[in-house]
Design a protein around this ligand. Structure first.
Ligand SMILES: [Zn+2]
Ligand SMILES: [Zn+2]
Length: 249
């Protein structure tokens, strides 16, 4: 499996930046996980957008879904141009919700919405995906994802505060993509559905993960500061997210 960071910033993209989006490629499929602001322009650096096989969305906050609409327009035009079969909508797997956001995920023949719940299990090509609800936000679900292919495991923690009950979900992941929204100096006294970089590192270490990608960072953070505060993770390599970072597993 190969992970490419297309966007990692939050809550908004800095100059030339992008909010969360990750390209995950296996022998058989190309998956986009989250589709934040600026992600589509980064995706095009690596492949024509019409080659995507599926989009998985962790939740509906703007920093994770902002580019879905332009992805739909793009796919519609590529179908018109004959570069993607007109009867082959891109599946979008996203949390089931009785709200307007889900209604826009099916768009003409370009995309089709498939609701996901915590107990859902997906097989997309050679990738198996399972889900865990995280401690995040306003009552609507946010799902972490465990993706397994070719004997390797990536856990994407999505947005997840310290109240998340991981129940072994991240155990022994070859790569844990974990949010580290805060640094020591701006971490709020009361948890609000996010982790600090320090907490992300402690979590990855506690779950025996083999490598850690700290993400969901404010665009002004210094990489050296992020890596410094991830000192609790000593089991393997630690990466601070940046656009274009690729990790091979
Ligand atoms: Zn969020
Ligand atoms: Zn977010």
């Amino acid at each position: 499996m190969r992970v490419t960071v297309l966007g990692y910033q939050s809550p908004y993209p800095g100059p030339g930046g992008a909010t969360p989006g990750y390209l995950i490629e296996t022998n058989e499929v190309k998956l986009l996980v989250d589709c934040g602001s600026g992600v589509l322009s980064q995706l095009g650096v690596y492949l024509p957008i019409y080659e995507l096989d599926a989009l998985l969305l962790s939740h509906y906050h703007h920093d994770h879904v902002a580019d879905v609409g332009v992805l739909q327009y793009g796919l519609m035009v590529h179908q018109l141009f004959g570069q993607r079969p007109a009867d082959q909508p891109l599946p979008i797997y996203a949390p089931a919700l009785q709200k307007q956001q889900t209604k826009t995920l099916t768009y003409r023949n370009a995309t089709r919405f498939f609701p996901v719940e915590e107990q859902s299990q997906l097989a997309i090509g050679d990738v198996h995906v399972s889900f865990l609800r995280t401690d995040h936000g306003d009552g609507d679900p946010c799902y972490a994802m465990r993706l397994v292919a070719n004997g390797k495991t990536i856990v994407y923690g999505a947005d997840s505060g310290p109240g998340t009950n991981w129940r072994g979900f991240a155990d022994r992941a070859d790569l844990f993509i974990c949010e580290g929204t805060y640094l020591d100096h701006n971490r709020p006294a009361k948890p609000n559905g996010h982790l600090s970089v320090r907490q992300a590192a402690e979590l990855a270490q506690a779950h025996d993960c083999r490598s850690l990608l700290v993400t969901h960072l404010f665009h002004g953070y210094e990489e050296s500061e992020v890596l410094g505060q991830a000192e609790a993770f000593v089991a393997g390599p630690v990466y601070a997210a940046r656009i274009g970072l690729q990790i091979e597993l």
